[in-house]
Design a protein around this ligand. Structure first.
Ligand SMILES: [Zn+2]
Ligand SMILES: [Zn+2]
Ligand SMILES: [Zn+2]
Length: 139
């Protein structure tokens, strides 16, 4: 993927942090907490501040390139979502890679309907499956 060209299409500047962030997010199917992102990105650039990262993530989110979610610990997580559909995850608790899990839309709609009936104002849902990936299960 030519990240600079991609950013040019979106009329965004190619800053080193932005390019590095996109490269990291798009290179694997996994979700990152802000702490994890800072940890990896600081290894390349020592001056990355949390506020800068939040600003970058919010920009990418506006572009529809990343999606924010919440993991099982209630922490905010970010995932590369360009061209991807809404899906759920089976997360390896050892290496954090994720498998896509498709949950029937009927099931989600049914839960939402029932919650609405009870006056519950739904903001988002978290549905995650935890375990070990094939690789880690063998160790
Ligand atoms: Zn969902
Ligand atoms: Zn694993
Ligand atoms: Zn995913």
């Amino acid at each position: 993927m030519d990240i600079s060209a991609l950013l040019a299409t979106a009329k965004c500047r190619s800053t080193p942090v932005r390019v590095e962030l996109i490269r990291l997010l798009s290179s694997a199917h996994r979700r990152y907490t802000v702490t994890e992102l800072i940890g990896v990105l600081r290894a390349h650039k020592s001056t990355l501040h949390k506020t800068t990262l939040y600003r970058e993530l919010s920009l990418l989110s506006t572009l529809g390139w990343v999606e924010a979610g919440v993991n099982h610990d209630g922490e905010q997580v970010w995932e590369w979502s360009m061209g991807g559909e809404h899906h759920h995850h089976a997360v390896c608790t050892n290496c954090h890679t994720a498998l896509s899990v498709s949950v029937s839309e009927g099931f989600v709609a049914e839960v939402e309907k029932s919650l609405k009936k009870q006056g519950f104002v739904l903001r988002q849902h978290v549905l995650e499956f935890l375990g070990m990936c094939k690789k880690c299960a063998k160790i």
